[in-house]
Ligand binder design. Structure first.
Ligand code: BGC
Length: 378
């Protein structure tokens, strides 16, 4: 199974999950939690990024998605920390020096404390930008509806308002960056997308039954209200679509034709590789280039990771064959890291991290993925 010439292979991370010693709304929130659920020094990647990128290079990766920690570059409102900004310039340089294309996320879940209390600035070296990571899906739900993430709200109106404001902020950021660089919509020059975590659950249903049809419609409607909301509302302000796919969602009370799948034990998520195909085919209709910006498994024992990656890639390949314009795939994550409210339990890394010594160890599955990256085929 050959992938298109020029297909990008890589992995993804986010600042708060790997950098260590951040001061933001999450680190404040973590203070009240048991120690094992605090991010602390994380992977110490703020200091060790070069070592990490050496590993990525060794693993034949040629694209890498990371995020900029806003609280570092603007620690007080309106006061920018030039050293921190320079740090990220160096991060980009370090990637480029290793022949790895940077994809930069402007916002991956964390806020400076001053901003939270109130209610990107690299130059020409970055071509691919993600404005918001899973804000309109994961964060709207976990932070404003379920109340399990800071600021622990449980209010549908807050959730809706949050989503609307994120869309506005994305649109403004998009226009601002496009104006600065004076480039049209395309993947040439700064290209922007927003990334969304999506779940599927409709596809394997037996549609001959009336109940099946109703289940299909309900899922579609829910998809439009949740997963697709941001895409539908930002289509003129996106150069590419960023898909993050992990699991499926079953409508409570529904009976689905899909038998129970394997479960990713460290997260309790059902594994359903074909789901990525369905989502890519749905995104194909939006007629934009697509990157898979996250897909991965928490599997400290590294028992299922190789299979997980290969099976998902098999369906990505199929989607490309069936016309989806997929340009690259980034495994989540390069390193084991701080898994938000779940602390350091779940281990998504291609590379195992010892959180006491910060030693990095490449897992066997990473070498298998490295072969795929090198050969551009499964
Ligand atoms: C997030 C990552 C997270 C991963 C696994 C994604 O929703 O963007 O930050 O670690 O899922 O839960």
């Amino acid at each position: 199974m050959k992938f298109p010439v020029g297909f990008k292979w890589g992995s993804a991370t986010s600042a708060h999950q790997i950098e260590g010693n951040n001061y933001n709304d999450w680190s404040e929130w973590e203070k009240a939690r048991p120690e094992e659920f605090r991010s602390g020094k994380a992977c110490d990647s703020y200091n060790r990024y070069e070592e990490d990128f050496d590993i990525a290079k060794k693993l034949n990766q040629n694209i890498h998605r990371f995020s900029i920690e806003w609280s570092r570059i603007e620690p007080k409102e309106g006061r920018f920390d030039h050293e921190a900004m320079h740090h990220y310039v160096n991060v980009v340089k370090a990637l480029r020096e290793r022949g790895i294309e940077p994809m930069v996320t402007l916002w991956h879940f964390t806020n400076p404390v001053w901003f939270a209390e109130k209610g990107g600035f690299l130059k020409d070296r970055v071509g691919l930008w993600i404005t918001f990571n899973e804000a309109t899906t994961t964060v709207a739900s976990n932070s404003y509806l379920k109340g399990i993430w800071p600021p622990e709200k449980r209010n549908i109106f807050d959730a809706l308002k949050f989503r609307r404001n994120i869309i506005k902020a994305h649109t403004l950021a998009y226009q601002e960056i496009k104006n600065i660089y004076n480039v049209p919509q395309s993947l040439q020059g700064p290209a922007l997308g927003t990334s969304h975590n999506v779940e599927v659950g409709i596809s394997e249903f037996n549609f001959h039954f009336v109940a099946g049809k109703m289940f299909g419609w309900t899922s579609k409607m829910l998809n439009n209200l949740t997963n697709n909301y941001a895409w539908n509302n930002t289509m003129s302000y996106c150069d590419f679509l960023a898909l993050q796919y992990y699991t499926i969602f079953r409508l409570p009370g529904s009976f689905s034709g899909l038998p129970k799948q394997l479960v990713m034990e460290e997260m309790g998520w059902e594994i359903y590789p074909k789901g990525i195909y369905h989502r890519l085919m749905e995104l194909k209709k939006l007629k934009k280039p697509i990157f898979v910006t996250e897909n991965g498994i928490a599997d400290g024992k590294d028992k299922l990771r190789e299979k997980f990656i290969k099976e998902h890639l098999r369906w990505v390949w199929q989607a490309i064959r069936d016309g989806a314009d997929v340009r690259g795939y980034m495994y989540w994550s390069l390193l084991d890291n701080f898994e938000w409210a779940r602390g350091y339990g779940p281990r998504f890394g291609l590379v195992e991290v010892d959180f006491k010594t910060f030693e990095r160890k490449i897992r066997p599955s990473a070498l298998e993925y490295a072969k795929i990256c090198r050969e551009n085929k499964l």
